[in-house]
Each structure stands twice: as C-alpha cells, then as structure tokens.
Design a protein around this ligand. Structure first.
Ligand code: HEM
Length: 150
C-alpha cells in the first residue's frame, strides 16, 4: 500500500469514526441522559448535567475539529479532483457542509457558557433532537455521494 492510499484511508477512518462518536453521543444524551436527569430533583439534575457537560464538551471540541480537518482533506485533496465538472456532487457537498456548520454551531452552543445561548440550552431536548435530524440528513447526503455513479 502506498503512502497516499494509507493517508486517505486514515483520513476517511477518522472522519467516519468521529461522526459515529459525535452523533452517537448526542443520541445517548437526548434519549438516555436527559430523561434520567428529569427523574431527579432539580438540584441533583443540575449537578448531573453540569458534570456531563464538562466532560462531553471535550468530545464536542475535538469532534468538530477532527470532522472539519478530515472532511476538508477528503474533499479538497482527494475527491474534488475526481469529481471535476460534476455539478450535482459539488452542490450536494456544499449543502452538506452548510448543514454540518449549523450542527457544529448547535453542539458548541449547547456545551458552552455564552449568556446569548442560554435560551437554547433551556430547550436542550428540542435542539438535540434537531441535531440528530440534521445529522441523519448529513449521513444520508454523504452516503448518496459515496454510492452514486456518474
Ligand atoms: C456533523 C458533521 C459530519 C458528519 C456527521 C459527517 C459524516 C460523514 C459520513 C458518515 C461519511 C461517509 C459516507 C459513506 O461513505 O457512506 C462522510 C463522508 C464525507 N464527508 Fe462528512 N460528515 C460531517 C462533516 C463534514 C464536513 C464539515 C466536511 C467537509 C468540510 C465533510 C466532508 C466529507 C467528504 C468529502 C466525504 C466523502 C464523500 C464521498 O465519498 O464522496 N464532512 N461524512
């Protein structure tokens, strides 16, 4: 196996693996952690959510950075040259990147402390649900781009 193939495979592995961890974590938060927290007293729930957020935000920061770096490398260095002149490919990839930026904003705002996004954090359950739907759309677009021929 030559070096370029090894690097491209590593970058794809990193991208898909990070997407699994990030989206899986959001599903776990929305459907397991938040319902469990709601069964506690409000003080206990707040302590649990603070501890969860303090650790989860490290995954979010690293995940966003890794998805951006591996995704940009996969697109600009590996796939864009192979899809020269393929308008559908690039417009769907552009759409995917815009939706991914919206997801990055939401997950960062949800783990952050900025007062401007406190309203968003008050409705964490709803916004995590929206992140899951947008994430599913991103994975669908990505899978389509991988599978379509021509
Ligand atoms: C929430 C953010 C993201 C998620 C969940 C995600 C998920 C995925 C998944 C699952 C694949 C593999 C699809 C398959 O092989 O079936 C993929 C491929 C890809 N992603 Fe992402 N991605 C995200 C963000 C990004 C960003 C920000 C970029 C670029 C800046 C990007 C660029 C790419 C490229 C170029 C491919 C390969 C597409 C192809 O095979 O033609 N991704 N992504």
């Amino acid at each position: 196996m030559d070096g370029e193939l090894a690097l491209n495979t590593f970058s794809r592995w990193l991208h898909v693996g990070t997407a699994i961890v990030l989206l899986g974590g959001v599903v776990f938060l929305r459907f397991v952690v938040l319902p469990a927290a709601e069964r506690l007293t409000s003080e206990a729930s707040e302590v649990l959510c603070d501890h969860v957020r303090a650790t989860w935000k490290l995954f979010v920061h690293a995940g966003v950075a890794l998805l951006l770096v591996s995704g940009l490398y996969n697109y600009l260095a590996v796939l864009a040259p192979l899809h020269k002149g393929d308008g559908l490919y690039h417009s769907l990839m552009g759409t995917k990147i815009l939706v991914a930026l919206a997801v990055f904003f939401l997950v960062e705002a949800l783990v952050g402390r900025a007062a401007a996004f406190e309203g968003l954090r008050q409705k964490s359950k709803m916004w995590l649900g929206i992140v899951i739907l947008l994430g599913a759309l991103i994975v669908a677009i990505s899978g389509f781009l991988k599978m379509r021929v021509g």
